[in-house]
Design a protein around this ligand. Sequence first.
Ligand code: HEM
Length: 497
Amino acid sequence: MDSQVSIWFFSIITAFSFAFFSFTILFSLLVLFLRWKLWCNCEICHAYLTSSWTKEFDNLCDWYTHLLKKSATGAIHIHVLGNIITANPAHVEHILKNRFDKYPKGKPFSTLLGDFLGRGIFNVDGDSWKFQRKMASLELGRVSVRAHAFDVVKSETQSRLLPLLSSVAGKGKVLDLQEVFRRFSFDNICRFSFGLDPGYLKLSLPASEFAEAFDLASRFSAQRGLAYSPVTWKVKRLLNLGTEKQLKEAIKVLDGFAREMIGKRREEGFSERNDLLSRFMGTINDDKYLRDIVISFLLAGRDTVASGLTSFFWLLSQHPEVESAIRDELERVVGSSTEQFASFNQMREMHYLHAALYESLRLFPPVQFDSKFAQEDDILPDGTFVKKGTRVTYHPYAMGRMEQVWGSDCLEYKPDRWLKNGRYIPQDSYKFPVFQAGKRVCIGKEIAVVEMKCVVLAIIMQFKIQVPGLNPAPRFAPGLTATLRGGLPVLVQEREA
Ligand code: HEM
């Protein structure tokens, strides 16, 4: 009898879930259809909703770029998404600096990432953000913390990255460099933020429960944003179905790791340590809050660096003259030193390397677009009206391709555009918001740049990296950070001494 009752009960719940789920999907589609038919049937919204843009463009970011290039204001409005997208530096300065308080990340964003990031810096506005920003800026500004970051990168490069490349060099074996950089930057950011070494880049390229859980959590959280209506994923979450179920399980794994690390640190002591978790433990006692803060750092520093390095090596493979110029500069600055790594100060003297890296980030920003939500009605500097609640997205990928911003040669990879008499000249940060700009500018920018330079120099000193095949224009997978679909397959050759 008991088992019959449970079967009935189970069937009713399943039928109810299925009906509810189907209803929400139909409801979302209906809302979208009505919005389209009753509210907007303009060419852009039509192309968006019918996906007809895919006939001409591989990537959504390329279609947006095409539209933005044609726009007189440098902005477009996707009405059905309630989203203004801009590539106009004056708009960017307006939302990120002049009217910063009126353009928070907003509730729609923090709800999407809330289960994964909690109250971490990446996902909050107002006082909580101010508090974490101040604390994090203080810690990241410390010489000891920066030196620790540099040491972690050098050790990861020396003991894992270079041996891995050596192991395939000259053997005709194709290696996915994007995957290598993802593993590399995951180890680095975990060691730097958490004091935890996942060993993800070990020679055998092992599986890592933590890395995989982190991957799933960021992917499924980002996927929530692709749903036509938030009702869809919220219902799936309520009923613990599909990707929402997997997301919940992945977050459970992350929580377990975080709890273990924090507990261990409390036992062993943290005052002498320079990883971020230990530094934050000096000020914060709430373990859940500590977990949230550190997870935000992992998200911020992981795929971004990997993405920046992947595009850089893709560009170098097409521009051997840039690689030669970097090697010449390295020789000039480092001379006959037998050190395996250029020092921090030597790297600062390498203006061409810096320019080559920034030029690569200009064309292939790891964060292709980023959004804020208007808290009240507003008017952009050129008179564009923004209704309260509108999502306003600045688009660094499109900005790097705008003639109005970078001149008629904007599509070319030209490190020299950042140099004057051989010295690097910074550009206005609102025309290059690759690290965001204004009050919420990336807090790990310097660390990221040093990490990337260290890797580039170490690799090109010892290896030649070739991208076999036709080298078509990059195609990106959807997600929070720019990732090449199909990775970056390369062949590695050891350089002659
Ligand atoms: C090439 C590498 C990187 C790029 C392109 C990049 C870009 C960005 C961007 C665009 C934002 C703004 C995101 C938003 O508010 O929605 C951001 C914020 C942030 N980044 Fe980075 N980032 C990089 C590396 C790093 C690294 C290595 C760290 C950590 C060590 C880091 C830490 C942060 C933090 C904590 C924030 C949040 C700042 C705040 O909200 O006040 N980033 N970054």
